[in-house]
Ligand binder design. Structure first.
Ligand code: PLP
Length: 441
């Protein structure tokens, strides 16, 4: 249905202006906002520049040196650099940068290492798993059946003894470790002997925590017992929207199968502009990734503590709330996940409603998920996390009007609109560029 607030434009030229204007309005809105979505981040200026380069216009099916098209010499050079940076950053023998998103990378793993009818271990959606693990997601598309891990709600992680028993009984072919509500490392090391016993491969979905792994601030799944890692490259790793496959296996067949699942399995062209931007983001992660990941985790912990001190029900208090970029807050007494996320957005604080363990209705999530990647990327530290907690407290507990919180959020953000932890740091993060690269205010 048409939005009554935006009447239909008269000509296609006006439609183009309408779209450009909507994006400009969006950019300005985010420049003044406090974005706390755990899965979002900002590109560095050099990575951003490559998104509108001529690489965007080209095809390069296949691998460097083995293409189906001519004219790919520089694409090959960049892709070789990208692969080398990925393998060195994660200390592994196999990398493929052709999946165009995290979901596509997951599909590639399922195509390579499972067949229709196979059993695959995973967490439940209500325990934090991504929709890739659902029957209506990638699992269903490949026709594999989930074996759900037992969950320790208090510790927000897999219950090892109960899951070991489940795995010995069901004997899945592949075991997926990875979450969208990812507070603590998962027990890959602890379950690795069980996987070996039943002949299952370990697969880690690092979409959320790739930047933390790169920065040495989380677990290191490829050296704890997983043979394969799939990921998005734009969450805690602040790169372009793209995907990635990594592998560390004694069996060379695993890499060969993953490569052929990536192409021609689940991609044709692999969005060469994003691949080039990824090469820059990986180089910047080599240089700045450790300091960035450290501050991301410190900020998430500081925000959790400040919210807890103001009466919010932040999950996993006994474990220090989080060891990642994410915190989960049960907001039943504040009105439930949906209403709270909407009220916060109206006040310039962008979050998402989230299912939490124990929620009975997927339509009524009991919580919100907050993440520190973007506010850290623009240079905020622990002091600003306390200020953000005050804003939530003002709006949701003290009855301060939305307009006043919106103004206070914009005031806080004023000093934090440049991208940090990258080459060319300080460049305006939210600036809108026109087609020829001119900044538009
Ligand atoms: C655990 C996990 N895997 C995969 C994805 C999908 O990533 P993408 O949006 O890049 O397809 C997400 C997205 O949030 C995720 O949380």
């Amino acid at each position: 249905m048409a939005d009554p607030s935006s009447p239909p434009a008269a000509s296609m030229a006006e439609v183009v202006e309408q779209v450009r204007n909507a994006v400009r309005v969006h950019s300005r809105r985010f420049e003044r906002a406090i974005p706390l979505i755990a899965s979002e981040n900002l590109l560095s200026p050099y990575a951003k520049e490559l998104l509108i380069s001529d690489f965007h216009s080209r095809y390069a099916e296949g691998l460097p040196g083995e293409r189906y098209y001519e004219g790919n010499e520089q694409v090959d050079e960049v892709e070789r650099i990208c692969l080398d940076l990925a393998r060195r950053l994660f200390r592994c023998s196999f990398a493929d940068v052709r999946p165009i998103s995290g979901t596509v990378a997951n599909l590639a793993v399922l195509k390579a290492l499972a067949a229709p009818g196979d059993l695959v271990g995973t967490a439940r959606l209500s325990d934090g798993a991504h929709i890739s693990s659902a029957g209506f997601g990638a699992f269903g598309l490949r026709g594999v059946k989930p074996v759900h891990y037992a969950w320790d709600e208090e510790r927000m992680t897999i219950d090892v003894p109960k899951t070991r028993a489940l795995l010995l009984e069901a004997r899945p072919k592949l075991c997926l470790f990875g979450l969208s509500l990812f507070l603590f490392p998962l027990p890959v090391k602890e379950l690795a002997p069980t996987l070996q016993e039943i002949g299952a491969l370990g697969w880690y979905d690092a979409a959320h925590v790739l930047g933390l792994i790169a920065g040495g601030q989380f677990q290191d799944p490829l050296h704890e017992g997983c043979s394969v890692l799939s990921a998005s490259t734009h969450k805690t790793l602040p790169g372009p929207q793209h995907g990635l496959l990594l592998g560390e296996s004694k069996d060379p067949e695993v890499g060969r199968k993953l490569a052929s699942a990536a192409f021609p399995g689940v991609t044709s062209n692999h969005h060469l502009n994003a691949m080039a931007a990824l090469a820059v983001s990986l180089a910047e992660t080599h240089e700045f990734g450790r300091a960035y990941a450290k501050q991301v985790v410190a900020n998430a912990r500081a925000l959790a503590l400040a919210l807890h001190e103001r009466g919010f029900d932040v999950l996993a208090e006994k474990l220090g709330f989080t060891a990642s970029h994410t915190i989960a807050v049960r907001v039943a007494k504040e009105g439930g996940g949906e209403s709270v996320a909407q009220r916060l957005a109206a006040a310039g604080i962008i979050t998402n409603k989230n299912l939490l363990p124990g929620d009975t209705s997927p339509k009524h999530p009991g919580g919100i998920r907050l993440g520190s990647p973007e506010v850290t990327r623009v240079g905020m530290k622990e002091r600003e996390m306390v200020r953000i907690a005050e804003l939530l407290d003002d709006l949701l507990h003290k009855g301060v009007p939305t307009e006043r919180v919106l103004e206070a959020a914009a005031e806080l953000k004023k000093g934090f609109t440049g991208v940090q932890y990258c080459f060319g740091a300080g460049e305006a993060a939210y600036r809108y560029y026109d087609l020829v690269g001119r900044p538009v205010s």
